[in-house]
Design a binder for this molecule. Structure first.
Ligand SMILES: Cc1ncc(COP(=O)(O)O)c(C=O)c1O
Length: 388
């Protein structure tokens, strides 16, 4: 089907942060499968773990205990300071599970609440519930009737949020740093105020860290930088380093509402994807990649700001760690992406006027510098008009 507007490029191989097309041309990969290839391509430890696990057991139904799933649940809960985990296959499914759990939690308390508040410009997925949770009309258009139970407020506006909360409100669902919607940072003060409001009104704070989680912003989870903790946390993308896996974590109080039969997934948390995720977590720890992401993020952001000085098209550079955005004065992100590809650099957009750089967490300093050079050339090309 033609639901993807694909670039005229066929990638067939990758190693680290470099990929090759079917003509043998090499590119620096600052897309990383849209924040999925945490350890780059063909990482030896991840490759070996997946290969070994394939020879032991690929899949096992959730009808049975799965030791690797248990191990991964324990690791993630310890890292996030949460108590229970549910595994699925994607970000949308993780958020779908979070929405179901929120509703079930209030149902079990005998006081059903119907509304989850989300932010405008958010992105939470493409299933019916998660596209409705998504605060962007263009994602929802054409899919009526949409499920009810969602309201939207602008990000970083505490008063608007307070005005939106009423007796029907069940929870607030946010990305700590909006990825798809434009690389928009939720201020630490705002996130703390949201946590306070949730506590005051008995609401659940759901943080969607599908894109920001697993080290992307320089801490294992972005919420740590605001010194808060959610009631529910969703993860996917970088968790499996390229193997499809999603997770929803929750506090014990909330998690207990998912009793037997309340939710499930055939593939979710199977031995293969859990082994991959455990390996990703191991490598992040062993190679001190969180510190590396902080250093590389700073280097990338500094370089982009320097580049801004010589590129009148650039309005603002913003982001955290290795999720950086370059806001443009004009909606010509597609032109810049096209020009960058010509220079051997793969980047992507976050809306029509923002380009996004999300390389693997183990990108080298030299590769960052090389990408900045290529982007500098792309930004100064008079290529407007060709949007392929
Ligand atoms: C913050 C966020 N939530 C949810 C999703 C949906 O994830 P998936 O495409 O794995 O369903 C995405 C995907 O871009 C995302 O960035």
């Amino acid at each position: 089907m033609s639901n993807y507007a694909r670039f005229p490029l066929t990638l067939v191989r990758g190693k680290g942060s470099r990929v090759w097309d079917d003509q043998g041309r090499e590119y620096l990969d600052f897309v990383a499968g849209i924040a999925v290839n945490t350890l780059g391509h063909a990482h030896p430890a991840l490759t070996a773990a997946i290969a070994e696990q394939a020879g032991i057991m690929l899949h096992c139904s959730n009808l049975y205990h799965i030791p690797l799933q248990q191990q991964l649940a324990e690791s993630l809960c310890r890292l996030a300071g949460l108590d229970g985990a549910f595994f699925c296959n994607s970000g949308a499914e993780a958020n779908e599970a979070a929405i179901k759990l929120t509703r079930k939690f209030f149902h079990d308390q005998g006081s059903p609440r119907r509304t989850i508040i989300t932010a405008t410009a958010s992105f939470h997925g493409r299933t019916m519930a998660t596209l409705t949770a998504t605060g962007q009309d263009k994602i929802r258009q054409g899919f009526d009737p949409l499920p009810s139970g969602f309201a939207y407020v602008p990000l970083n506006d505490v008063e608007a949020l307070e005005r939106c909360i009423d007796e029907h409100t069940a929870g607030i669902m946010l990305e700590p740093l909006q990825g798809e919607g434009g690389v928009n940072i939720a201020d630490a003060g705002y996130l703390q105020a949201v946590r306070r409001l949730c506590d005051e009104h008995g609401l659940l704070l759901i943080l969607d860290e599908v894109q920001t989680g697993i080290g992307r912003t320089g801490s294992m989870f972005a919420f740590e930088q605001a010194n808060i903790r959610p009631d529910i946390l969703t993860l996917a993308k970088g968790l499996g380093g390229g193997v499809p896996i999603g997770a929803m974590l929750a506090t014990a109080r909330v998690a207990s509402s998912f009793g037997p039969g309340s939710h499930g997934s055939t593939f979710g948390g199977n031995p293969l994807c859990c082994r991959a995720a455990l390996t990703v977590l191991d490598v992040i720890e062993q190679q001190q990649l969180l510190l590396h992401v902080q250093q590389c993020g700073e280097r990338l952001q500094k370089g982009l700001r320097k580049l801004q000085a010589g590129a009148p098209l650039v309005a603002e550079v913003r982001g955290q760690g290795l999720l950086q955005g370059v806001a443009l004065h004009e909606p010509c992100a597609a032109d810049v992406i096209h020009a960058a590809r010509g220079e051997g650099l793969l980047i992507l957009s976050a809306g029509p006027a923002v380009i996004r750089l999300i390389p693997a967490l183990n990108i080298s300093h030299a590769e960052i510098d090389e990408a900045l050079h290529r982007l500098a050339r792309a930004l100064t090309q008079p290529s407007a008009g060709d949007k392929t």
